[in-house]
Each structure stands twice: as structure tokens, then as C-alpha cells.
Design a protein around this ligand. Sequence first.
Ligand code: CP
Ligand code: NVA
Length: 301
Amino acid sequence: MRHLIHLMNLNQDEFFSLLKRGVEFKKNRLLNPNALKNKSIALLFEKASTRTRISFSIAIQELGGHYLVLHANELQLGRGETIEDTTNVLSRYLDGIMIRTDSQKKLEIMANLNVIPVINGLSDLFHPCQALADYMTLYDMGMDLSKLELAFIGEPNNVFNSLVLGSIFTQTKISIAAPEGFDIHPRVKEILKKFNKEVRIYKDPKEAVKNADVIYTDVWVSMGQEKEADIRKKIFQPYSVNLELLKYAPKHVIVMHCLPAHRGEEITNEVMDKFSSVIFQQAENRLHVQKAILEWIYYLI
Ligand code: CP
Ligand code: NVA
């Protein structure tokens, strides 16, 4: 049984197959309209979502399957039924679960039961579907991923972690500028060490973007961190991706964002609008690459 709980569930060939298949789906959305015939997949949310919810819903529909959107607080899960019991029960009705959760551990408990395929639609630690869509976006733009340098400006969070894991396959150079005290998660460091993958770490965003082909940023306050919003907004103020910062990057640099953007915080209006064609491609490509992920989950590729 296959699960996508983080990008290390894929091997190098599978990773690139997903990007290529995503591009094929982009050219023809209805390429495989019966792939999920008679399959029902739950989209289970413990947190808000626009892109993940809608792109998975439409992807499943266009592959001929059925989807069911569930909110954790409306299930018995929210009233203390265990994740193990919930997963076992759901496995009797459904063919797959995509879950957005505040706990990677919970996701791993579900996947380790091995009773139903589980896809990570964002956890506190990883966002594999986003990173796949992002690398697909760069690949689809004709870029040689192995020759790129990507500078991530902000917290080394779930999105950063998945971009970095993806770079183990793509050989993309990664740098990050983050404030003191915002270190790369120990689990990610361990994976980086295992694969001998170097990440250049800076405090100063100007240094980090010096050789960047791609600047990537994400919100300063992730879902679940709302209580720290005021302090985070102060700490991350120098990490805003604005026109001034772009002056320190090569002229050809592009800016990416997983969205939702908080315009005026991690990215200014001007930068967001200048690079909106790339950024909205990233959002669109979630739909295409997730079809490829679903095919992979069911051994169709
Ligand atoms: N990028 C992303 O996952 O967006 P949503 O939170 O809207 O799903
Ligand atoms: N880091 C953000 C990503 C949203 C898609 C969050 O976890 O809220």
C-alpha cells in the first residue's frame, strides 16, 4: 500500500514521473477520466484550506472518483475517538484519505496502520503536494532544476521542509534566510545529513538571494501559530520580500509563493503582482500534480 506522508516516500524516478505526468495533465485535464472509477476518497481537514480542498476535489472528480470533504471537528475524532479507531472505520468505507493536520505524528499513525492509503495535505512538518506542484511549475517553465538556486526567505516551516526534501531529488541548490532561533527542524536536518545535502543558512535575506534564480516565501504566521502573530510579525519584518530585496538578486530572479499570501507582510503587493503569473501557476499546478499523485497511490503509474 502506498502513502504520501512526505517526499521521502518517493524515489527519484517516481518524483520525476509525477512532475512529468502533472505536465501531461496540464495539457489535457481529462487524460485519465476513469482512473478512480468506483473509488471514494475522504478529504479530512483539521485546518482551513482553499487550494488543497478544491484542487483535490476537482482532481478526484476529473479522474472519475468520488470525494467527501470532512471536518475533524464534526467527526467523533473531535470528541475523543482515537485516530486509530477512526482510520480503521474509514478504511471500511473509503479507498483513500487525504488529511490536513496539525500533527505529522497523527498522520504517521494513520499511515502505519496500513489499512488505507494516506496522503499528507499539509501537516505541521511537511507539505509534499505543494513542493511537487512547485517543482512541476519550474520544470514546466523549461528550467533545469539541477542548475537552479532557490532562496527561501522566512521560517524553515512545512513548505520549506518539503522544498528541501524535493531538492534531494532535483539537486536544486537551497539557501534560507531566517531570524535567530528559527532553525531547520532536527528531523529534516537528519534527512539532509543522510543524503549529504547542503543548505546554506543566512540571517540576512540580501545574502541569501545573491545568486538566487528563485526566491520563495511563505506566511510569517502559519496555521496554528495565531497566538504568536504579533511577535512573529515583528521578528520577520526584515524578511519581507519587497522590491528593495530584489535589487540584491540576479536580474532574472523569479518569486514564488505557496499562497495564501499576506500582502504587505512576507511579500509586498508590488512583488506579488509582478510575479503573479508564476504564483498562480503554482496554485493551478496543485490540481495537475495531485492527479499524478493519486495515480501513483493506486499503482497506475
Ligand atoms: N497552498 C495551500 O496549501 O493552500 P490552502 O491552504 O488554501 O490549501
Ligand atoms: N506554512 C503555511 C502554509 C499554508 C499553505 C501554514 O502552515 O499555514
